[in-house]
Design a protein around this ligand. Structure first.
Ligand SMILES: *[C@@H]1O[C@H](CO)[C@@H](O)[C@H](O)[C@H]1NC(C)=O
Ligand SMILES: [Cu+2]
Length: 197
Protein backbone atom coordinates (compact mmCIF):
# COMPACT_ATOMS: atom_id res chain seq x y z
CA UNK A 1 0.00 0.00 0.00
CA UNK A 2 1.13 3.48 -0.77
CA UNK A 3 -0.44 6.92 -1.21
CA UNK A 4 0.11 10.13 -3.15
CA UNK A 5 1.74 12.79 -1.00
CA UNK A 6 1.91 15.68 -3.47
CA UNK A 7 -0.46 17.22 -4.31
CA UNK A 8 -1.69 16.48 -0.82
CA UNK A 9 -4.88 14.40 -1.05
CA UNK A 10 -8.33 15.19 0.20
CA UNK A 11 -8.68 13.91 3.80
CA UNK A 12 -4.93 13.55 4.32
CA UNK A 13 -3.66 14.36 7.80
CA UNK A 14 -1.12 16.58 6.01
CA UNK A 15 -3.81 18.59 4.22
CA UNK A 16 -4.30 21.89 6.10
CA UNK A 17 -8.00 21.86 5.17
CA UNK A 18 -8.70 18.43 6.62
CA UNK A 19 -11.15 18.36 9.50
CA UNK A 20 -11.33 14.60 10.06
CA UNK A 21 -8.29 12.79 8.67
CA UNK A 22 -8.33 9.41 6.96
CA UNK A 23 -5.16 7.64 8.09
CA UNK A 24 -5.73 4.82 5.61
CA UNK A 25 -5.39 6.71 2.32
CA UNK A 26 -2.71 4.27 1.16
CA UNK A 27 -5.23 1.43 0.97
CA UNK A 28 -6.72 0.28 -2.34
CA UNK A 29 -10.30 1.32 -3.11
CA UNK A 30 -13.35 -0.89 -3.51
CA UNK A 31 -15.94 -0.42 -6.24
CA UNK A 32 -18.16 1.43 -3.78
CA UNK A 33 -15.26 3.75 -2.97
CA UNK A 34 -14.76 4.78 -6.60
CA UNK A 35 -13.90 7.56 -7.20
CA UNK A 36 -11.55 9.11 -4.67
CA UNK A 37 -12.67 6.86 -1.79
CA UNK A 38 -15.80 9.04 -1.86
CA UNK A 39 -13.94 12.25 -1.01
CA UNK A 40 -14.62 13.98 -4.34
CA UNK A 41 -17.86 15.20 -2.72
CA UNK A 42 -15.77 17.53 -0.54
CA UNK A 43 -14.98 19.76 -3.52
CA UNK A 44 -16.62 23.11 -2.89
CA UNK A 45 -16.62 22.65 0.89
CA UNK A 46 -14.01 24.03 3.32
CA UNK A 47 -12.53 20.56 3.81
CA UNK A 48 -12.13 20.27 0.04
CA UNK A 49 -10.41 23.61 -0.50
CA UNK A 50 -7.70 23.74 -3.13
CA UNK A 51 -4.17 22.82 -2.09
CA UNK A 52 -2.28 23.89 -5.23
CA UNK A 53 -2.61 26.41 -8.03
CA UNK A 54 -1.33 25.22 -11.39
CA UNK A 55 -1.25 27.21 -14.58
CA UNK A 56 -2.45 25.32 -17.65
CA UNK A 57 0.62 24.40 -19.66
CA UNK A 58 2.86 24.17 -16.61
CA UNK A 59 4.94 21.21 -15.54
CA UNK A 60 4.08 19.69 -12.17
CA UNK A 61 5.23 16.84 -9.98
CA UNK A 62 3.28 13.94 -8.63
CA UNK A 63 5.03 12.58 -5.54
CA UNK A 64 4.25 9.16 -4.11
CA UNK A 65 4.88 8.15 -0.53
CA UNK A 66 6.55 5.25 1.17
CA UNK A 67 5.08 1.83 1.81
CA UNK A 68 4.68 -1.43 -0.06
CA UNK A 69 5.28 -0.65 -3.73
CA UNK A 70 4.28 -4.16 -4.91
CA UNK A 71 6.99 -4.18 -7.62
CA UNK A 72 5.58 -1.00 -9.12
CA UNK A 73 2.99 -1.32 -11.85
CA UNK A 74 1.24 1.26 -14.00
CA UNK A 75 -0.15 4.65 -13.03
CA UNK A 76 -2.25 7.41 -14.57
CA UNK A 77 -2.55 11.10 -13.77
CA UNK A 78 -5.95 12.60 -14.53
CA UNK A 79 -8.28 15.51 -13.93
CA UNK A 80 -12.00 15.55 -13.31
CA UNK A 81 -13.70 18.67 -14.61
CA UNK A 82 -17.14 17.41 -13.57
CA UNK A 83 -16.76 16.86 -9.81
CA UNK A 84 -15.74 13.24 -10.12
CA UNK A 85 -18.13 11.94 -12.80
CA UNK A 86 -15.28 11.42 -15.29
CA UNK A 87 -11.50 11.42 -14.99
CA UNK A 88 -9.53 12.37 -18.09
CA UNK A 89 -6.01 11.03 -18.51
CA UNK A 90 -3.17 13.50 -18.97
CA UNK A 91 -0.28 11.04 -18.56
CA UNK A 92 0.24 7.29 -18.25
CA UNK A 93 3.25 5.43 -16.89
CA UNK A 94 3.52 1.78 -17.88
CA UNK A 95 5.88 -0.01 -15.53
CA UNK A 96 8.03 1.29 -12.70
CA UNK A 97 5.23 3.28 -11.09
CA UNK A 98 5.67 3.63 -8.18
CA UNK A 99 9.45 3.45 -8.53
CA UNK A 100 10.29 2.30 -5.01
CA UNK A 101 9.97 4.67 -2.05
CA UNK A 102 9.10 8.35 -2.34
CA UNK A 103 9.15 8.42 -6.13
CA UNK A 104 8.46 11.50 -8.23
CA UNK A 105 6.72 11.71 -11.60
CA UNK A 106 6.66 14.79 -13.81
CA UNK A 107 3.66 15.64 -15.93
CA UNK A 108 2.42 18.53 -17.95
CA UNK A 109 -0.90 20.20 -17.15
CA UNK A 110 -2.46 20.43 -20.62
CA UNK A 111 -3.29 23.88 -21.94
CA UNK A 112 -6.72 22.39 -22.69
CA UNK A 113 -7.70 21.81 -19.08
CA UNK A 114 -10.49 24.03 -17.82
CA UNK A 115 -9.82 26.80 -15.33
CA UNK A 116 -11.25 26.49 -11.86
CA UNK A 117 -11.23 24.19 -8.87
CA UNK A 118 -10.82 20.64 -10.21
CA UNK A 119 -9.97 17.20 -8.91
CA UNK A 120 -6.55 15.81 -9.73
CA UNK A 121 -6.28 12.03 -9.38
CA UNK A 122 -3.53 9.45 -9.24
CA UNK A 123 -4.54 5.88 -10.01
CA UNK A 124 -2.30 2.83 -9.72
CA UNK A 125 -2.53 -0.83 -10.68
CA UNK A 126 0.09 -2.78 -8.73
CA UNK A 127 2.30 -5.35 -10.43
CA UNK A 128 2.56 -7.88 -7.56
CA UNK A 129 0.12 -8.89 -4.85
CA UNK A 130 -3.64 -8.87 -4.69
CA UNK A 131 -5.43 -7.40 -7.70
CA UNK A 132 -6.10 -3.85 -6.55
CA UNK A 133 -6.84 -0.32 -7.70
CA UNK A 134 -5.40 2.62 -5.81
CA UNK A 135 -6.82 6.12 -6.18
CA UNK A 136 -6.01 9.31 -4.35
CA UNK A 137 -7.54 12.67 -5.26
CA UNK A 138 -6.56 16.26 -4.56
CA UNK A 139 -8.37 19.56 -4.92
CA UNK A 140 -6.39 21.86 -7.22
CA UNK A 141 -6.96 25.18 -8.93
CA UNK A 142 -6.20 25.59 -12.63
CA UNK A 143 -5.53 29.03 -14.03
CA UNK A 144 -5.32 30.26 -17.61
CA UNK A 145 -7.02 27.09 -18.86
CA UNK A 146 -8.67 26.05 -22.09
CA UNK A 147 -11.78 24.39 -23.49
CA UNK A 148 -11.58 21.23 -21.40
CA UNK A 149 -10.44 17.63 -21.62
CA UNK A 150 -13.55 16.03 -23.13
CA UNK A 151 -11.54 14.53 -26.01
CA UNK A 152 -9.01 12.95 -23.63
CA UNK A 153 -9.43 9.28 -22.66
CA UNK A 154 -11.04 8.14 -19.44
CA UNK A 155 -8.88 6.50 -16.78
CA UNK A 156 -8.74 2.72 -16.64
CA UNK A 157 -11.02 1.23 -14.02
CA UNK A 158 -10.06 -2.31 -13.04
CA UNK A 159 -9.92 -4.67 -10.07
CA UNK A 160 -12.98 -3.08 -8.46
CA UNK A 161 -15.48 -5.82 -9.36
CA UNK A 162 -16.31 -3.97 -12.57
CA UNK A 163 -15.65 -6.65 -15.18
CA UNK A 164 -12.05 -5.68 -15.82
CA UNK A 165 -8.95 -7.10 -14.16
CA UNK A 166 -5.21 -6.64 -14.42
CA UNK A 167 -2.85 -9.63 -14.50
CA UNK A 168 -0.56 -10.30 -11.56
CA UNK A 169 3.14 -10.01 -12.37
CA UNK A 170 2.48 -7.77 -15.39
CA UNK A 171 2.45 -4.01 -15.74
CA UNK A 172 -0.95 -3.21 -17.16
CA UNK A 173 -0.96 -1.71 -20.65
CA UNK A 174 -3.71 0.88 -20.61
CA UNK A 175 -6.22 0.41 -23.45
CA UNK A 176 -6.42 4.20 -23.76
CA UNK A 177 -3.22 5.69 -22.34
CA UNK A 178 -3.66 9.12 -23.89
CA UNK A 179 -1.07 11.13 -25.75
CA UNK A 180 1.65 11.28 -23.13
CA UNK A 181 3.01 7.88 -22.15
CA UNK A 182 6.15 6.77 -20.36
CA UNK A 183 6.74 3.08 -20.96
CA UNK A 184 9.52 1.53 -18.89
CA UNK A 185 7.97 -1.92 -18.79
CA UNK A 186 9.64 -5.11 -19.93
CA UNK A 187 6.80 -7.34 -18.71
CA UNK A 188 3.37 -6.04 -19.58
CA UNK A 189 -0.11 -7.14 -20.58
CA UNK A 190 -3.44 -5.51 -21.32
CA UNK A 191 -6.21 -5.92 -18.78
CA UNK A 192 -8.75 -8.72 -19.24
CA UNK A 193 -12.53 -8.56 -19.21
CA UNK A 194 -15.43 -7.08 -21.09
CA UNK A 195 -15.45 -3.69 -19.36
CA UNK A 196 -11.91 -2.42 -19.80
CA UNK A 197 -12.82 0.60 -21.94
C1 LIG B 1 6.24 -0.80 -24.01
O1 LIG B 1 7.57 -1.07 -24.41
C2 LIG B 1 7.79 -2.39 -24.84
C3 LIG B 1 9.29 -2.60 -25.05
O2 LIG B 1 9.80 -1.64 -25.93
C4 LIG B 1 6.96 -2.65 -26.08
O3 LIG B 1 7.15 -3.97 -26.55
C5 LIG B 1 5.48 -2.44 -25.73
O4 LIG B 1 4.67 -2.61 -26.86
C6 LIG B 1 5.28 -1.06 -25.14
N1 LIG B 1 3.89 -0.93 -24.72
C7 LIG B 1 3.19 0.17 -24.97
C8 LIG B 1 1.77 0.17 -24.51
O5 LIG B 1 3.65 1.14 -25.53
CU1 LIG C 1 -0.55 -2.78 -0.64
Amino acid sequence: HLAMVNPVPLKSANNPNTIVADYDLSAPISGAQFPCKGYHILLGTPEGASVATWEAGSSQQLVLGTGAAHNGGSCQASFSEDNGATFKVVKSWIGNCPAGQGSTFDFNVPKDVKSGNLIFAWTWFNNLGNREMYMNCASVTITNGGAGLSSYPDILKANIDNGCSTIEGKDVEFPNPGWTVVNESTNFAPPTGDSCG
